[in-house]
Design a protein around this ligand. Structure first.
Ligand code: HEM
Length: 448
C-alpha cells in the first residue's frame, strides 16, 4: 500500500534539519507542514515564523492562533511526525474555547481589533524620550557641575527607562500585539535593540518559544532554573544544598547582574552557540547580520563614543555610570517578572515520562501565573501591564492597553469553570510572596 504524500512518516531529526527559509517545516499536533510557500504570506511576518520552524511548534502555535488559522495550514501538510521531543499539553478544553469566544465577543462588541491601540504610541514616545533625557542627565557636564549627585540619579532613572522600553517596545513588538503590521514590529524591535544593545531575536526564542509555550514547566521553560545545583532553588525538583539557606540574602546581588550577563552573551547565543539554554536557535537570516551590525553601531556610539568624545568623560566614569544603569534595570525587571511566576501559590507543571502534560495549555497559564494590583493604573503603567500576568499569558497577542478591560472576563470564566486565578492586592504583597518563596525553598526540605 502506498502512503498518500501528506501521510509520510517524518522523524524528529528530519524535522529539526528543516529549519531555514529554504526548507522551513514545522509540526503542530503531530502534523508536519512545509511552509516554503507560506512564509511570505504569514500575517505574523517572516521572522517569527522562521524562529518556529525545524521543531514541534504545537504549544507556540496554539498559544497564538485559532482553529480558523489551522484550516489555512491544511494545504501545506506533508507528513506525520513520528515522535516529538517537546512536552505535549492536553487538547484545548471547554474552558479555553469558551474563554477565547468570550474575549473575542468583547472585542466585536466594542468594534476593535485586539492589536489596535494607537494610544500606545504615546507610551512608546514618552519612554524613548525618558531614556534620552536621563542619558543626557548622566553625561552632560553642566548637569554634573550643577550637582555631582544628579548624574548618578539619572543613571538609575536611565536603567528604569531601559527596563520600561522592554515592557513596551520589546514586549509589544515581539508578541505582535501592537498593530497587525510586521514592519511596525520590525521597526520597534530595532529601536529597542539600538537603545539597549540586546537582541530581540534571542528574546523571541527565550520568551515566546520557551517561557510562554511552557510556563513554569521544569526543564522546558528557560526562565525556570533546572540545573542541579542552580544558583537559586525555586522548585522541589531541585536537590537541596546547604548554600541555598543563604538565598534569602544573595538574591539581591544576583538579580542586579541579569542585564550585564545578557549584554555579554546574547549575540554570541544567536550567531555562535545557536542555542539559548536548551532552545535551539535556527540559522539567522542574512538580514539579521545587517541588523546586528547597524544596531550595535548605534548602541556603541551612544554608549561609549559620545560620552568619551563629545561629553569628555573618562572611560572609568562611563563604565561606572553604565554599571549603575544596568543594576537598576536588572533589579527592576527581575523583581517584576519573578513576582508573577516564582512564588508558592502558582503551579509548576510537570510532564510525565511520555512528555505528556495532563491539563491544557490555557488552564496552566492561569494556574502558573500570579496577578497583582488589578485596577491600579500606576502599577499597571509601571509594569507594562504585566501585573495582569494571567491575562497576558492567555492572550499575548492582545495589546496590553486592553488587559484591565478583559481581566474580568478571564476572572469570571475561571470562576465558572473552577480554575484558580491567583491575584494579590498590591505589588508589595506579590513581591513579599516571591521573597518568601525563596526563603522557603532555601530551607532544608523535611525529607532530605
Ligand atoms: C512566534 C511565532 C508566531 C507569531 C508571532 C505568529 C503570528 C501570527 C499572526 C499575528 C497572525 C494573524 C492572526 C490573525 O489576525 O488572525 C498569524 C496567522 C497565521 N499563522 Fe502565525 N505566528 C507565529 C508562528 C506560526 C507558526 C509556527 C505557524 C505554522 C506552523 C503559523 C501559521 C499561521 C497561520 C496558518 C495563520 C493564518 C493565516 C491566514 O489566516 O491566512 N504561525 N500568525
Amino acid at each position: 500500500m502506498t502512503l498518500k504524500r501528506n501521510e509520510r512518516k517524518i522523524t524528529i531529526k528530519e524535522l529539526e534539519a528543516a529549519n531555514t527559509a529554504r526548507k522551513p517545516w514545522a509540526a503542530v499536533r503531530g502534523n508536519v507542514y512545509d511552509l516554503t510557500k507560506f512564509i511570505d504570506k504569514h500575517p505574523g511576518g517572516k521572522d517569527f515564523l522562521l524562529a518556529a520552524v525545524g521543531r514541534d511548534a504545537t504549544a507556540l502555535y496554539e498559544s497564538l492562533h485559532s482553529d480558523t488559522n489551522t484550516k489555512v495550514l491544511a494545504k501545506y501538510k506533508i507528513g506525520i511526525l513520528l515522535e516529538t521531543n517537546m512536552p505535549q499539553y492536553a487538547k484545548k478544553s471547554k474552558f479555553t474555547n469558551d474563554l477565547e469566544k468570550r474575549v473575542l465577543a468583547y472585542f466585536a462588541s466594542i468594534g476593535r481589533n485586539p492589536r489596535d491601540a494607537p494610544w500606545m504610541l504615546l507610551a512608546y514616545g514618552i519612554l524613548t524620550a525618558a531614556f534620552a533625557v536621563t542619558y543626557y542627565g548622566m553625561f552632560s557636564q553642566s548637569v554634573a557641575q550643577y550637582s555631582p549627585i544628579l548624574p548618578w540619579v539619572a543613571a538609575v532613572l536611565n536603567g528604569w527607562s531601559a527596563a520600561m522600553t522592554g515592557f513596551y517596545l520589546l514586549h509589544d513588538s515581539c508578541h505582535a500585539s501592537f498593530t497587525r503590521k510586521p514592519w511596525v514590529w520590525q521597526a520597534m524591535r530595532r529601536v529597542y535593540e539600538s537603545i539597549t544593545g540586546l537582541s530581540t531575536l534571542v528574546w523571541i526564542y527565550q520568551h515566546s518559544l520557551g517561557h510562554h509555550s511552557f510556563t513554569n514547566v521544569v526543564g522546558a521553560d528557560p526562565d525556570v532554573v533546572d540545573e542541579n545545583p542552580g544558583i537559586l532553588r525555586v522548585h522541589d525538583g531541585q536537590q537541596w544544598w546547604s548554600f541555598y539557606g543563604l538565598q534569602r540574602y544573595y538574591w539581591f546581588p544576583l538579580y542586579t547582574q541579569l542585564i550585564l550577563s545578557r549584554k555579554l552573551t546574547e549575540w554570541k547565543c544567536l550567531f555562535y552557540d545557536r542555542r539559548f539554554k536548551h532552545i535551539k536557535i535556527n540559522p539567522p537570516q542574512t538580514s539579521e547580520y545587517f541588523w546586528c551590525t547597524t544596531v550595535m553601531t548605534v548602541y556603541s556610539i551612544h554608549h561609549f563614543v559620545l560620552p568619551y568624545t563629545y561629553f569628555n568623560h573618562s572611560i572609568l566614569r562611563i563604565l561606572a555610570l553604565h554599571t549603575v544603569t544596568d543594576i537598576a534595570w536588572s533589579t527592576y525587571l527581575t523583581l517584576i517578572v519573578n513576582a508573577s511566576h516564582i512564588n508558592s501559590e502558582v503551579a509548576w507543571p510537570k510532564a510525565d515520562s511520555q512528555g505528556k502534560i495532563s491539563e491544557d495549555w490555557a488552564v496552566l497559564q492561569i494556574k502558573s501565573s500570579l496577578d497583582f494590583a488589578h485596577g491600579d493604573p500606576w502599577t499597571t503603567w509601571l509594569c507594562g501591564g504585566l501585573n495582569y500576568q494571567a491575562v497576558h499569558h492567555m492572550f499575548p497577542y492582545v495589546s496590553q492597553y486592553y488587559y484591565p478591560e478583559i481581566a474580568d472576563i478571564v476572572k469570571d470564566t475561571c470562576k465558572d469553570y473552577g480554575v484558580p486565578y491567583h491575584i494579590k492586592s498590591s505589588i508589595w504583597t506579590a513581591l513579599g510572596g516571591h521573597l518568601g518563596h525563596l526563603s522557603l525553598f532555601g530551607e532544608k526540605p523535611v525529607s532530605s
